[in-house]
Design a protein around this ligand. Structure first.
Ligand SMILES: Cc1cc2nc3c(=O)[nH]c(=O)nc-3n(C[C@H](O)[C@H](O)[C@H](O)COP(=O)(O)OP(=O)(O)OC[C@H]3O[C@@H](n4cnc5c(N)ncnc54)[C@H](O)[C@@H]3O)c2cc1C
Length: 330
């Protein structure tokens, strides 16, 4: 009988990504209900630190140790994971709704001949181990509850910030180191290099707080105001397509239909009208704050808190006030 709640662990520069710890924390909660083991699967060599940091979050860590997995390619990952899943038959296999998850999971589901729910904003489990996934549709306007047939594993990718990270210091996972028997000459894809995006901030899809400005910011140099606010809040900076089209900001920071979906705990929109194409990307943010000079701006329909006013007055005042409040808190 399939048994095990498995999470595919993502890592960067030898460190485990936050989304993977969120999913493992959820896995532990599910395991309390179903009695299943929690398994963390990670691939790559030189990951001793990452593997050790995972021990309070799982019962077993399957470490497929080979240089072939760094940098990531779907081809190598499939060759590493598919035999492991077939051998152990976990009941559930989860991953982040990240660029890796979005690339890998549909392929994995196809190779494992099982069902997969992408881009979830919630998961729940019954005592018999049946998973239900919550998935936003139409930019978060409606949510579909999706169940699985009897085929296993039940697979889903989940957005950032859906689950809280909870370490279990009483746990100490067994580490199972696996040397894969792969013929590297059969792998046709090769990553020849990386170009790092400028800046040190988290990607907007991973950030807890995103502050964004649209065309209301009027000139690219005025984004300094938004960057200053972001620094105080340890936030990432997003934007609209209007500013990307103007060449003021990079496409990687665009939120919306032709940009990225974000699931921040706090989203702050300055000088953004709230066109449907934009708000499609913020449907699962927990709290939305909007500032716009136009009291009829559509963004206010999606905001929990709204200020009708000039961003050039409000943003610097907010930054200064937050600096004081946060300094007093420390
Ligand atoms: C197929 C398609 C896909 C698209 N995909 C996307 C997408 O992914 N993401 C996206 O964002 N858009 C997308 N768009 C574009 C979208 O329809 C809007 O045109 C765009 O979101 C508008 O951007 P904006 O809010 O920055 O600009 P505007 O609509 O021009 O709004 C600027 C706002 O700033 C306010 N303002 C002006 N001055 C100030 C001030 N001093 N202080 C405060 N407020 C001020 C104005 O009142 C206004 O509300 C798409 C469009 C199409 C057709």
């Amino acid at each position: 009988m399939p048994n095990g709640i498995w999470v595919l662990v993502e890592h960067q520069d030898g460190k485990v990504k936050k989304i993977s710890l969120e999913l493992l924390s959820a896995g532990i909660e599910f395991s309390k209900k179903t009695g299943q083991e929690v398994g963390a699967v990670l691939l790559g060599s030189g990951l001793e630190e990452a593997v050790n940091s995972l021990t309070p979050y799982a019962d077993k860590i399957y470490w497929i140790n080979d240089t072939l997995f760094i940098p990531y390619t779907s081809e190598a990952y499939l060759a590493g994971i598919v035999p492991l899943v077939k051998e152990h038959q976990p009941s559930i296999l989860l991953g982040g709704a990240t660029s890796t998850g979005k690339d890998l999971f549909p392929r994995l589901a196809m190779h494992l001949q099982t069902g997969y729910v992408p881009d979830c904003t919630g998961l729940s489990i019954e005592e018999n181990g049946k998973l239900t996934a919550l998935r936003p549709l139409f930019g978060g306007k409606v949510f579909a509850e999706v169940g699985f047939s009897e085929v296993r594993p039940q697979m889903a990718t989940v957005r950032n910030n859906v689950f809280l990270i909870k370490e279990h210091p009483d746990r100490s996972a067994q580490i199972i180191s696996i040397t894969p028997s792969m013929d590297s000459s059969l792998l046709k894809k090769k990553v020849v290099g990386f170009e790092k995006a400028e800046g040190t901030k988290l990607d907007i899809t991973e950030a807890d707080i995103v502050v964004a400005a649209g065309r209301g910011i009027k000139a690219p140099e005025h984004f300094k105001l938004i960057e200053d606010l972001a620094d105080v809040l340890n936030a990432s900076v997003g934007t609209t397509r209007a500013t990307v089209d103007e060449g003021w900001r990079d496409l990687k920071d665009q939120i919306g239909k032709s940009g990225k979906n974000i699931s921040a705990k706090l989203y702050m929109a300055f000088g953004i009208s709230g066109a449907i194409h934009h708000v499609l990307g913020i449907g699962t943010c927990k709290t939305v704050v909007a500032v716009d000079t136009d009291p009829n701006a559509l963004i206010f329909n999606y905001a929990d808190y709204g200020i009708v006013g000039d961003l050039f007055q409000i943003v610097p005042a907010l930054t200064e006030e937050l600096k004081k409040v946060l300094a007093a808190d420390r």
